[in-house]
Design a protein around this ligand. Structure first.
Ligand code: AMP
Ligand code: ZN
Length: 456
C-alpha cells in the first residue's frame, strides 16, 4: 500500500518513496531540556513515533533510522543553570532523563539515534567555518551571522518573501547585522554563560546550527523526512535549509517536510510563555500514559487539537471499554494477522488517525460479537497488529485495570470512613472526607445502611 504524506515545502500530499529503501531516514527536532515538557511538546514525539512504527512495518525495522535530537545548548538552559548556580549538564541530564521516562510511559519507542548539541561541537564549528569560507556567512562583533540574501532559496519552505521579511522587520535590530533577517550561527558568551573555543572566538552556537550539523554528521546531505511542530517552519527549519544547502552545493536537506499542528488550550496554543501548560509529569499523576497517547492521536496530526479534561475522560472511557473486551478475550490465543486493510489505508493516507480509530472501534465491535473461537482468535490478532502500528493496546488488560482496582479499594475505604464519621456525628471529619472525595470527582449517595459511590 502506498504511503502519502503532506509535504510542507511543496504544499501537497505526495506519495512517499525513500531514496534508499534499505535505509529510510527521519529526523525530528527534539526537546530543549531546560524544564518539564508539556503535553504540547509531546504531540510531535507521539505523532512521529507513529510514523516511525508505520515505516518500520513497511520497510522492515532494521531499514529505518530515526533520529530525535536533544537540544542541550540553549539560552533557556543557561538561565536555569545560572538561577540554580549549577553547571548546565545538571539541568540537561535531569530533564533528558525525565523526558525519556515520560516518553516510555507514553509508549514512544526509543529513536535509533539521540544526538546532542554538546556532542557535535566540532561538527558545528566545521559547518560554520565552511559557510564563512564560501561567503554565506560573515563575522561581526564576536558573532558569526548567516547572510540570508546570499541564499536564493530563502523563504521557500515557509512561503515568505525575503523583501517582505526585511520590510516587516522591527528597527531595533542588532547593529552588527548587515540585514535584519540574518541569523546567528555563533555568538560570544558572557562570563556566566557556557563557552567553547572556536576559530571565531570563544562562545556558543546558535540553535539552528545544531540541527544542520547533527543531520550532516549522522546522515550526510539529504534525509527522507524532516519533522517538527508547525512553529518550527519559520525561522528554524528555513534556517536549517539555508545552512545545509549552502554547504552542500544546493542539494536539498530533506525530501519531505512534515509539521504537526498545535495542541491548544481554549483558543490559544499551549506554551510556556503563555503560562497555559499542562506538564506531562503532572498529568501522569492522574492519567495512564496510554490515555495521553490516545488523546493526542484523536485529531489528525496537522489539525489543531484542543486539550481538556473532557477529552481525557472520554478517552479513558473508550479505553476502559476496549481493554474490557481484551480482558474477556484473555483466554483466546491470538492468531498471527495483519492489521486490517482499512486501518492501514487510513494511516497511509497522511496518518489519518481519526479514520484509523474509527476502524479500530469497528474491530472491537467485531471482537464483542465474534461467535466462534476462530473468529475471536482472528480479531484479537488483528487488534494486536493494529495496536503495534499506533502504539496502543499493547498492555496486559489486567495491568490496565489494576490502577482502577487500587483506586476503587481506596475510595471504598474513604466512603466507609465518612459514613462512620456521620454515624458518630463527627461532622468535621465527615466534611473533610467529603471534600477529598469531591476533589476526586466521586459522587456519593447516602443510604440508611451505608453510602454508595460512582465516578462523576
Ligand atoms: P521545544 O522543547 O520547545 O524545543 O519544543 C519541542 C517540540 O514541541 C517542537 O517540535 C515544537 O514545535 C513542539 N511544540 C511546542 N508547543 C507545541 C504545541 N502547543 N502543540 C504542538 N507542538 C508543540
Ligand atoms: Zn531542528
Amino acid at each position: 500500500m502506498s504511503l502519502a504524506l503532506y509535504d510542507t515545502r511543496t504544499r501537497r500530499k505526495r506519495d512517499f518513496e525513500p531514496a534508499n529503501a534499505a535505509q529510510v531516514t527521519m529526523y525530528l527536532c527534539g526537546p530543549t531540556v531546560y524544564s518539564y515538557a508539556h503535553i504540547g511538546n509531546f504531540r510531535p514525539a507521539v505523532v512521529f513515533d507513529m510514523l516511525f512504527r508505520l515505516l518500520r512495518s513497511k520497510y522492515g525495522a532494521d531499514n529505518v533510522v530515526y533520529a530525535r535530537n536533544i537540544t542541550d545548548i540553549d539560552d533557556k538552559i543557561n538561565q536555569a543553570a545560572h538561577e540554580q548556580q549549577v553547571d548546565i549538564s545538571v539541568i540537561t541530564d535531569k530533564f533528558t532523563a525525565i523526558y525519556r521516562e515520560n516518553s516510555s510511559t507514553l509508549n514512544i519507542l526509543s529513536p535509533n539515534l539521540e544526538p546532542t548539541a554538546t556532542g557535535h561541537m566540532d561538527e558545528m564549528i566545521n559547518l560554520i567555518s565552511r559557510l564563512l569560507e564560501n561567503g554565506h556567512a560573515y563575522q561581526a562583533e564576536g558573532h558569526v551571522l548567516f547572510s540570508v540574501s546570499s541564499f536564493e532559496g530563502y523563504g521557500k519552505l515557509s512561503g515568505r518573501d525575503l523583501k517582505d521579511m526585511l520590510a516587516g522587520a522591527r528597527v531595533n535590530i542588532a547593529a552588527y547585522k548587515r540585514d535584519p533577517a540574518d541569523f546567528v550561527l555563533w555568538k560570544p558568551s558572557s562570563e556566566t554563560e557556557p563557552s567553547w573555543d572556536s576559530p571565531f572566538g570563544a562562545g556558543r552556537p546558535g540553535w539552528h546550527t545544531e540541527c544542520s550539523a547533527m543531520i550532516e554528521a549522522n546522515f550526510g546531505t539529504t534525509i527522507d523526512i524532516h519533522a517538527g511542530g508547525q512553529d518550527l517552519i519559520f525561522p528554524h527549519h528555513e534556517n536549517e535549509i539555508a545552512q545545509s544547502m549552502c554547504v552542500h552545493e544546493g542539494v536539498p536537506l530533506a525530501r519531505f517536510w512534515l509539521h504537526n499542528g498545535f495542541l491548544d488550550m481554549g483558543a490559544e496554543k499551549m506554551s510556556k510563555s503563555l503560562g497555559n501548560v499542562k506538564l506531562v509529569h503532572d498529568l501522569l499523576k492522574d492519567w495512564p500514559g496510554e490515555v495521553l497517547r490516545y488523546a493526542l492521536l484523536t485529531a489528525h496530526y496537522r489539525a489543531p487539537l484542543e486539550w481538556s479534561e473532557n477529552l481525557l475522560s472520554r478517552t479513558r472511557t473508550t479505553m476502559d471499554r476496549y481493554y474490557g473486551t481484551l480482558r474477556r478475550l484473555s483466554d483466546v490465543t491470538a492468531s498471527l494477522e495483519d492489521a486490517p486493510k482499512g486501518f492501514v489505508a487510513a494511516l497511509c493516507d497522511d496518518l489519518n488517525t481519526p479514520q484509523a480509530m474509527a476502524k479500530l472501534a469497528t474491530l472491537f465491535k467485531q471482537a464483542n460479537m465474534a461467535k466462534t473461537d476462530a473468529d475471536r482468535a482472528r480479531v484479537k490478532g488483528q487488534i494486536q497488529a493494529a495496536g503495534v502500528l499506533v502504539g496502543l493496546f499493547e498492555q496486559d488488560p489486567e495491568t490496565w485495570f489494576q490502577r482502577d482496582d487500587d483506586d476503587a479499594a481506596q475510595i471504598d475505604a474513604m466512603v466507609a470512613a465518612r459514613f462512620k464519621a456521620r454515624q458518630d456525628k463527627d461532622w468535621a471529619e465527615a466534611d473533610r472526607l467529603r471534600d477529598q472525595l469531591n476533589a476526586l470527582k466521586i459522587v456519593i449517595e447516602d443510604g440508611p445502611n451505608g453510602s454508595i459511590w460512582r465516578r462523576g
